[in-house]
Every structure is written in C-alpha cells, then in structure tokens.
Design a protein around this ligand. Structure first.
Ligand code: GLN
Length: 190
C-alpha cells in the first residue's frame, strides 16, 4: 500500500510519521506532482492554510487530477484546511473541490490563541482532538456519516471514500488510531 500526503504546505511530516507508525511496510509518498499522485492508493490533505493550499494546488496543476481520483473512489482524508478544500460549501467563499456534502465556516473556533484539545468518541474510540483555527461544520448532508462530535457539532465525517476531520489527529503522536482507520478505508479498496 502506498499512502500519499499532499506536500505543498501544512502538517505533512507529522502525517507521514503517523502512517509509518501504524505499519512500517506501508509506503508513504509526499505528493507534489501528477506522477506522484498516480502512485498512491489514498491521499491525506493536511491542515495548514486553505487559501495557500488552493493557490498551490492550482499552481502545481493538481486540482483536476486530485478531483478526478477522488471522484473515481480513491480514499481521501482532509484534516482541518483539508476539510475546507473538500467541502461542498464554504461560508463567504467559493468551495474548492466541493465533493463532500457539508458546509463549513472557517476559523469558527477562534484565533490561534484559542487552540484547544478536547476528548471524545471517534467511530467508537475515545480519542484526543487538537483544534487549531479549525473550521466548524455547520451543515451535514444526508449521505454523510458523523463519526465524532464536539459540543454537539460534528467534527469528523465520512461520505463513502471521503473522510474529513476539523481537528488534527497527527498532532497526537502517541495515538495513531485515526490514521489506522484511514488505512483500513484504503485497505478495503486496494
Ligand atoms: N484556519 C485555517 C484555514 O482556514 C485552517 C487551520 C488548520 O488547518 N489548522 O484554512
């Protein structure tokens, strides 16, 4: 199995380490080109800054190929800024990929200084959740499963091959269970 991490900006190294920590035999590829994208069985779109990621995805000619792979069923996981890029509707902005039937509001948990760690259930596992200038999911479409909530708001969702979290599991280096969950999604496709 080869797991890609979109490597234009954001928490790339952290995600790569987490995948390797689940299983050393899994290949992990930083993805910056169409050729690299074509080698991976699943893709993580990391947290960072969604405005920057939009610009870089366009500049690296990755918008169309990434979108096509997701539409063809490749498992994809967007964390934080990655969730914003996948969402079908973004408050006061145009959506980017628009493939995940949720609405989000950027920076709705406050500024950098308001970052926090919460705990809660993710698909039946009790985990820590790190929120850093996170987007809030304000609407969830009918075909979208809510995997985790914080204070009654969805913070992890899944729509078929698309997983998205408003928090950062890669910032919890001793707990790789959400990464394992994503690997299982890929496993059932490969
Ligand atoms: N605030 C960022 C944005 O709106 C997301 C922050 C993050 O990915 N940690 O794109």
């Amino acid at each position: 199995m080869n797991v890609g991490v979109l490597a234009l900006q954001g928490s790339v190294a952290e995600h790569m380490k987490m995948i390797t920590s689940v299983n050393k035999k899994i290949d992990v590829t930083p993805v910056r080109t169409i050729d690299e994208l074509s080698t991976v069985d699943g893709l993580i779109i990391p947290g960072g800054e969604s405005t920057t990621l939009r610009i870089l995805l366009d500049e690296f000619d990755l918008y169309t190929p990434v979108k096509a792979r997701i539409e063809a069923g490749m498992p994809v996981w967007g964390t934080c800024a990655g969730l914003i890029l996948l969402a079908d509707s973004v408050e006061n902005e145009k959506p980017y990929f628009g493939l995940l039937d949720v609405s989000v509001k950027r920076n709705a948990y406050g500024r950098q200084i308001d970052s926090f760690v919460a705990e809660g259930d993710f698909a039946g596992m009790y985990i820590g959740m790190v929120f850093i200038r996170a987007p809030k999911i304000t609407r969830v479409g009918g075909g979208v499963e809510v995997l985790a909530e914080h204070d009654g708001t969805p913070v992890a969702v899944r729509q078929k091959n698309i997983l998205a979290t408003s928090f950062h599991p890669e910032m919890m280096p001793r707990d790789n269970r959400v990464h394992k969950y994503f690997i299982n999604m890929i496993d059932s496709k490969v």
